[in-house]
Design a protein around this ligand. Structure first.
Ligand code: ADP
Length: 270
C-alpha cells in the first residue's frame, strides 16, 4: 500500500494547531469524555485561547450532549465544514451532529469509521481565526481502529501527547497498561495518568470515602512502575454529573468543590 494521498492535506489543515492532545482510557465509563469536555471548557475560559474538540468516538458520541450543543448542525463553507461553536473560541466536531436523532445508532465497520475521522481532520475548518491553540481528541475506550487512524493521520503534523483516564480498580488499571503500550509503540508522548472517581467527598460533612477500596494507590504504583506522571486524582462529585447533563463547566459552577480544585491541579500539570 502506497502513502495516503490525503495525508499532506490533513497535515496542511492542522499545521496551525499548536497542541493536539489525545484523551484515552482502557475502559469505557471512567470519565474520558467528561474530562475532555471539562478540559476544553477550562482552556477556553481564557478568551485568547482557541480550542477545538473532535469526538472520534464514532459509535458512542457523547461530546455534543455534555458540551451543551447536541441539537446543532454542521454547515458547509467555502473552506470546508464549519464545526459547531459552543462559544466564540470553542468549537466541536462530532458525528453526533449528523445523526437524524439522538437515539440513532452508528453501526459501522472500521474502514467507514476511519473515513469519517479522516474527513474530520481533512475537511473541518478549525482555524477560521487563523490558528487553534488546542485540539482535543475524545477517543473510544481501548486501542482500536479509531486510535490507529488518528495516530497515522497526525503523524506528520505531530501529537503533543496523550492523557490517560482510569478509575482505581485493578480491572481498569490492567487496561491502562495496554494504552501505555499503545502510546509507546505509536510514539505518542504520554503526558500522564488521571485517576477519576477514587473518592467521594460528602457535601455535608466534607469527609472523603474511598469508593472502590478501603485503601487505594494502584494508579500511583502503576505510574511509578511504568515511569509516567500521575497528574492527579479527581473525586466523584455529583456536580460533575450535573454539569455533563446541562452541558456546562463544573469548575465555573462549583469552583470551591474538592473535585474542581483537583481538576484545576490536574490541568496545571498537563
Ligand atoms: P467515558 O467517556 O470514559 O466512557 P464518561 O465521561 O461518559 O466516561 O463518564 C461516565 C459517567 O460518569 C458519566 O455519567 C459522567 O457524568 C460520570 N462522571 C465522570 N467523572 C465523574 C466524576 N468525577 N464525578 C461524578 N461523575 C463523573
Amino acid at each position: 500500500q502506497g502513502p495516503d494521498p490525503d495525508l499532506p492535506i490533513v497535515t496542511e489543515r492542522l499545521s496551525k494547531v499548536r497542541h493536539k492532545l489525545l484523551v484515552l482510557s482502557g475502559k469505557g465509563g471512567v470519565g474520558k469524555s467528561t474530562f475532555t469536555a471539562q478540559l476544553a471548557f477550562a482552556l477556553a475560559s481564557d478568551e485568547s485561547c482557541d480550542v477545538g474538540v473532535v469526538d472520534i468516538d464514532i459509535c458512542g458520541p457523547s461530546i455534543p450532549k455534555i458540551m451543551g450543543c447536541e441539537r446543532e448542525q454542521i454547515h458547509q463553507s467555502s473552506n470546508g465544514w464549519s464545526p459547531v461553536y459552543v462559544q466564540d473560541n470553542l468549537a466541536v466536531m462530532s458525528i453526533g451532529f449528523m445523526l437524524p436523532d439522538e437515539d440513532s445508532a452508528v453501526i459501522w465497520r472500521g474502514p467507514k469509521k476511519n473515513g469519517m475521522i479522516k474527513q474530520f481532520l481533512k475537511d473541518v475548518d478549525w482555524s477560521s481565526a487563523g490558528k487553534l491553540d488546542y485540539l482535543l481528541f475524545d477517543t473510544p475506550p481501548g486501542t482500536s481502529d479509531e486510535h490507529l487512524s488518528v495516530v497515522q493521520l497526525l503523524k506528520a503534523s505531530g501529537i503533543t501527547g496523550a492523557v490517560i483516564l482510569t478509575t482505581p480498580q485493578e480491572v481498569a488499571l490492567q487496561d491502562v497498561r495496554k494504552e501505555i503500550d499503545f502510546c509507546r509503540k505509536a510514539n505518542v508522548p504520554i503526558l500522564g495518568l488521571v485517576e477519576n472517581m477514587a473518592a467521594f467527598v460528602c457535601p455535608s460533612c466534607h469527609g472523603s470515602s474511598l469508593i472502590f477500596y478501603p485503601t487505594t494507590g494502584g494508579a500511583d504504583a502503576l505510574c511509578r512502575e511504568l515511569d509516567i506522571p500521575l497528574l492527579g486524582s479527581i473525586p466523584l462529585d455529583p456536580s460533575i454529573g450535573r454539569a455533563c447533563d446541562f452541558g456546562s463547566s463544573f469548575v465555573d459552577t462549583c469552583p470551591e468543590s474538592p473535585a474542581a480544585k483537583a481538576f484545576v491541579q490536574v490541568i496545571d500539570r498537563i
